[in-house]
Design a binder for this molecule. Structure first.
Ligand SMILES: Nc1ncnc2c1ncn2[C@@H]1O[C@H](COP(=O)(O)OP(=O)(O)OP(=O)(O)O)[C@@H](O)[C@H]1O
Ligand SMILES: [Mg+2]
Length: 355
């Protein structure tokens, strides 16, 4: 019975770390729930629900749950439209000028806008009748059309998509880089017209982006990020959430940016005995593949070893999940499959992953 459950978890890759925003949101266990208080998810939600645009930093080491917290909090606030800009893959040259940075953000937003509206159009064709019913009832924005519709309000998507298209056109033909931030305002305005939800611009993956293989270069890039790149965005009429690496907190440039922020949310370190919190995260993933009880599936010693990995990796939940994922696949390869995951499985997996 347990062996079958182990095999099922391994086959489903139940603990493989997530990257996509939607997946992160679905799998997040609130830190507020794990640790009590209202200082993380609740604080972010509160900051975004104010009447004026909020500028918020989410601070934490890599893999600690910054993107996860942002994604989950926004998913719980259906009135807000998250525009997540993953800058990890971008050419670092965009840091050199505000105009280039602005243009990059615009291009990303446009890409998302196109994607969203293309999807909505497909949905629209397939479910014309259902949409007509929704359109008649402006109080019901939820329903079978899913998150997109819920975020934007499906009844006026045709009007919005026309506006977006014209904004796209005018920005694409804008060859003057100094106008790029105006272009950004234009796009933001389309998203934030009064009858529509407030957009939230999320600058994520900043660490990967500013990270540099050249020693000593990383701080330079981080400094540019916090000055020429991010400062102009603070003037825009939209919510801004920035994920920031913990160790950048002490840069003077970050301190200056920090003064202009409305809130700073720090990803908490799980308590000294992190096993209960980690178990809750693990159990929630297992539940997703229909395993309701993990108590007999993972030895206490294995959990203790996962906790040690959490500490050793500077509280990276991503690392813990990676180790667990590999340990589980190795265990499922044993013949016969064991009844439970042991400390030895976890130790071997951690060695293989080189931590
Ligand atoms: N509170 C949580 N509940 C459940 N899973 C979590 C939680 N926090 C983090 N995770 C998981 O840990 C992994 C890493 O989280 P996430 O990507 O949010 O980290 P990050 O701080 O944004 O890292 P990076 O700095 O590299 O972008 C993800 O797979 C995520 O699903
Ligand atoms: Mg992240």
């Amino acid at each position: 019975m347990s062996a079958a459950a182990l095999e099922r978890l391994a086959a489903a890759r139940a603990f493989k770390p997530m990257e996509a925003f939607d997946e992160l949101a679905d799998n997040h266990v609130d830190f507020d729930e794990l640790l009590g208080g209202k200082r993380r998810e609740a604080a972010l939600a509160k900051a975004l629900q104010g009447t004026t645009p909020a500028r918020v930093a989410v601070l934490g080491p890599s893999g600690s749950g910054k993107s996860s917290l942002i994604a989950a909090t926004l998913a719980d606030l259906p009135a807000f439209l998250p525009l997540s800009i993953a800058i990890g893959q971008a050419d670092v040259g965009i840091l050199d000028s505000q105009a280039r940075f602005g243009q990059f953000i615009i291009r990303e937003l446009l890409r998302q806008a196109k994607g969203r509206f293309a999807t909505q159009q497909k949905i629209g064709r397939r479910r014309e009748a259902a949409l007509a019913r929704l359109a008649a009832d402006t109080t019901t924005r939820t329903g079978p059309v899913g998150k997109l519709a819920l975020n934007i309000g499906i009844h006026d998507y045709a009007a919005v998509s026309t506006e977006i298209r014209s904004a796209i056109k005018s920005t694409e033909s804008d060859l003057n880089p100094s106008q790029s931030l105006e272009g950004l305002e234009e796009i933001a305005r389309v998203f934030s017209a009064p009858e529509r939800p407030t957009p939230v611009l999320i600058i994520d993956d900043a660490d990967k982006w500013a990270g540099s293989p050249v020693p000593g270069d990383e701080d330079k890039r981080a400094r540019l990020l916090f000055t020429s790149a991010l400062q102009p965005l603070l003037t825009l009429q939209l919510h801004l959430v920035v994920a920031v690496q913990q160790h950048w907190k002490k840069l003077v440039e970050y301190e200056n940016l920090d003064k202009r922020l409305d809130a700073t949310i720090e990803i908490p370190k799980l308590p000294k005995d992190a096993v209960p919190a980690l178990t809750q995260i693990i159990a929630s993933r297992a539940l997703d593949v229909g395993i309701e009880d993990i108590t007999n599936l993972i030895e206490d010693g294995a959990l203790a070893r996962l906790e040690a990995e959490y500490d050793r990796s500077d509280r990276s939940i991503r690392h813990v999940l990676r180790v667990l994922d590999l340990a589980l696949r190795d265990a499922a390869d044993d013949s016969p499959t064991p009844e439970r995951l042991t400390r030895v499985h976890v130790r071997h997996a951690a060695h293989k992953l080189g931590q």
